[in-house]
Ligand binder design. Structure first.
Ligand code: WT7
Length: 651
């Protein structure tokens, strides 16, 4: 589809809010005015209306020690009580919290009363294993209910959790366990992936071969596969959790008590432990899930397809929806197991009304064909969400037509691990939609676009840097153990008044914001953040590699793909495909399968400036099959022709 036919297509669609939808929507136009008139007052109201405080807060925002924020100062709450107990106390114990669907078709229905018992048992078990307030717990688990029980049990105890995505390697797991000094690891024997069990515990065993602070490993039996056992350290969930009392008194914690740490890739090789606290985070997670997803907990069935190992799973599977008392679907497996209509089958089965997913998934479904969703009854769907990367208008229109029955509003939500919650998005029922654009900051959030000199501008089609101009409740409170890196990364590029998000952005003629991707050395592969530096250092840790350069090249399905250029050591022999495979596997072992380069090219030289900086821009041209751009600043101008010769069809 050309751009022209796209815009005329978009023109035919009525993208203004439908009156019937607007009449019932949680978000309102007045919220923008209220938040603009009194930023702190607006958030204080959200915090008091949406959260149950054990002690009310005295001050909404303390920004005196900027950029270190404190929200809802003096307030006390228990996050797990807010996500579970209070719903039972309000008489909603019989409401389904989680419709769990295993990949193999096993199901569990967990009501809020069930959830309360499970979370209490898990909290009692963790206490028995020595976890107290302030201790950190690593969670390396698949998409099963026990993962949610564990996160909430940690929140209940005030023990910050660090969830490590199951696709990360033993090496990555070890670094993260060590950085946060986790006392306990919770894991499973394995998970079901594409119809067969795939092990998880062996990675924990391997990670713990190195010196580590871990005292206990709590293991859920999921796949019944054999596991190695370390007496004294390893304990089975069914031995320890099942026998616990199903009541537990939740103690209030300070509003600024750390809730979790979540590692994300930055521009250096070392991942950043982004940490979030309690009151502000929960307020924004609940508020955004209510007004952006338009969640009505009494009637909606909500489904966020993210993995709990990412921030989307934290904010929009666990904390936001559960704080709101939502009924949601949780699915363990892949979208094409046992068939490519699995998601649509689940929507039909549970009458899902709100679906929140990623552009990469949508583009995959487009490739699989319109006839697949067409076989299912998707009439329950009334709101669609997108997150993780820009959604191209073509995917937007497909999503709207084939999943949303041409009527469901699509909310394209821009945010980050660091922001904790949604920041830029249309409000369904309020905003006239613009396919491909996240549009404008939600009420309570302020953003601008700056030029190279740090000057804000509003001209259409001019490209600049996205910054956030006011503190927000769910903002990261720092990088675990590294306050300087927090300041340097986010609050220095354009001075201390602007949070630098790392994304390029522009306005259109209507004043909508379009996000244009990362402006730093961070790639976005299938909505997952990967650092070029981290993959480069994984490559050079292989004995055959002398030097490596990594770029993100655009990819039709995954948004970007990892492309590596490698110089071998003098004593290493280039065995062609075998070498490439060995290096790809090495990256998977060092970081995880998600970081495996799509392509690795063995090259004699890398393009460098006279000061020795690798010119990734030129490598990106090569990786994306373009003619090589301006290479005049290269120290050795013949390098690029050598590299281009090695490309398929080059020479
Ligand atoms: C980066 C953050 C937000 C949770 C999942 C990813 C990109 C995210 C959008 C969007 C354009 C987006 C940005 C951002 N991004 N959502 N709707 N439109 N870009 O969290 O791993 O912290 O990555 O994802 O580049 O900086 P993350």
């Amino acid at each position: 589809m050309t751009d022209d036919s796209l815009s005329s297509h978009a023109h035919e669609l009525d993208l203004a809010p439908a009156p019937a939808f607007a009449a019932q929507a949680n978000g309102t136009a007045e919220m923008y005015d209220a938040a603009a008139a009194d930023h702190e007052g607006f958030w204080a109201q959200q915090a008091r209306e949406r959260i149950t405080w054990a002690t009310d807060f005295e001050r909404t925002l303390d920004w005196d020690d900027a950029p270190f924020a404190k929200w809802f100062v003096g307030g006390q709450l228990n996050v797990a009580y807010n996500c579970v107990d209070r719903h039972v106390e309000a008489g909603n114990g019989d409401r389904v919290a989680i419709h769990f669907e295993g990949e193999g078709g096993d199901t569990r229905t967990i009501t809020y009363a069930d959830l309360q018992r499970e979370v209490c048992k898990t909290a009692n078990a963790l206490t028995e294993l020595g976890v107290g307030t302030g201790d950190t717990v690593a969670i390396y688990m698949p998409m099963i209910p026990e993962t949610v029980f564990t996160m909430l049990a940690c929140a209940r105890l005030g023990a910050p959790h660090s969830v490590i995505f199951g696709g990360f390697s033993a090496e990555a797991l070890h670094t993260r366990i060590d950085d946060a000094q986790c006392k306990v690891v919770v894991t499973t024997d394995g998970q079901f992936r594409r119809g067969k069990p795939s092990p998880l515990k062996p990675a924990v065993d391997e990670a713990l071969q190195y010196p580590n602070p871990v005292q206990k490993v709590l293991v859920v039996r999921r796949t019944e596969t054999d596991v190695d056992w370390h007496e004294g350290r390893d304990v089975w969930w069914h031995d320890v959790v099942d026998r616990q009392a199903d009541t537990h008194e939740a103690q209030p914690h300070d509003s600024e008590h750390p809730l979790f740490i979540l590692y994300t890739s930055g521009t250096t090789g070392k991942p950043k432990g982004i940490f979030h606290t309690s009151g502000g985070y929960l307020t924004q997670a609940a508020y955004t899930n209510s007004v952006v997803h338009d969640l009505h907990p009494e009637t909606d069935v909500y489904w966020c397809t993210a993995d709990v190992g990412w921030v989307t799973g934290h904010s929009y599977i666990v904390y936001g929806p559960l704080a709101n008392g939502a009924t949601q679907v949780m699915y363990e497996g892949t979208p094409d197991t046992p068939h490519q209509g699995r998601w649509w089958e689940l929507i039909e089965k549970y009458k899902v009304s709100i679906l929140y997913t990623a552009p990469t998934a949508i583009r995959t479904f487009m490739k699989w064909g319109d006839d697949i969703p067409a076989k299912f009854d998707l009439s329950s769907v009334r709101v669609l969400g997108s997150v993780g990367e820009p959604i191209n208008p073509e995917a937007w229109l497909w999503y709207r037509k084939h999943i949303g029955g041409n009527t469901a509003p699509i909310v394209d939500t821009w945010w980050q691990t660091e922001t904790g919650g949604i920041m830029i998005s249309p409000l369904p029922g309020v905003t006239t939609l613009e396919p491909g654009s996240a549009q404008r900051p939600i009420p309570g959030i302020s953003a601008e676009i700056l030029d190279d000199e740090g000057m804000p501008f509003t001209e259409a089609e001019k490209v600049g840097y996205l910054v956030l101009t006011k503190p927000w409740p769910a903002m990261l409170r720092g990088i675990w153990g590294d306050p300087e890196r927090y300041k340097d990364t986010y609050w220095t590029r354009f001075g201390p008044k602007y949070y630098f998000a790392g994304d390029g952005a522009k306005y259109d003629e209507k004043g909508n914001i379009w996000l244009l991707g990362r402006v730093d050395d961070v790639m976005n592969v299938s909505g997952h953040r990967l650092s070029t530096a981290e993959i480069e250092s994984a490559l050079v840790s292989h004995p055959a590699v002398a030097e490596a350069a990594v770029v993100g090249a655009s990819d039709e399905t995954t948004g970007q793909a990892v492309c590596a250029f490698v110089i071998l050591r003098g004593d290493a022999t280039d065995e062609g495909d075998a070498t490439v495979q060995a290096l790809r596997n090495h990256v998977a072992h060092e970081i995880g399968p998600i970081a495996k380069p799509r392509s690795i090219m063995i090259v004699p030289e890398l393009p460098k400036t006279r000061s020795g900086k690798i010119m990734r821009r030129l490598l990106k041209d090569v990786a994306e099959g373009r003619d090589i751009g301006d290479a005049t600043t290269l120290a050795d101008s013949s390098v690029m022709s050598l590299i281009a010769k090695g490309m398929p069809g080059g020479g």
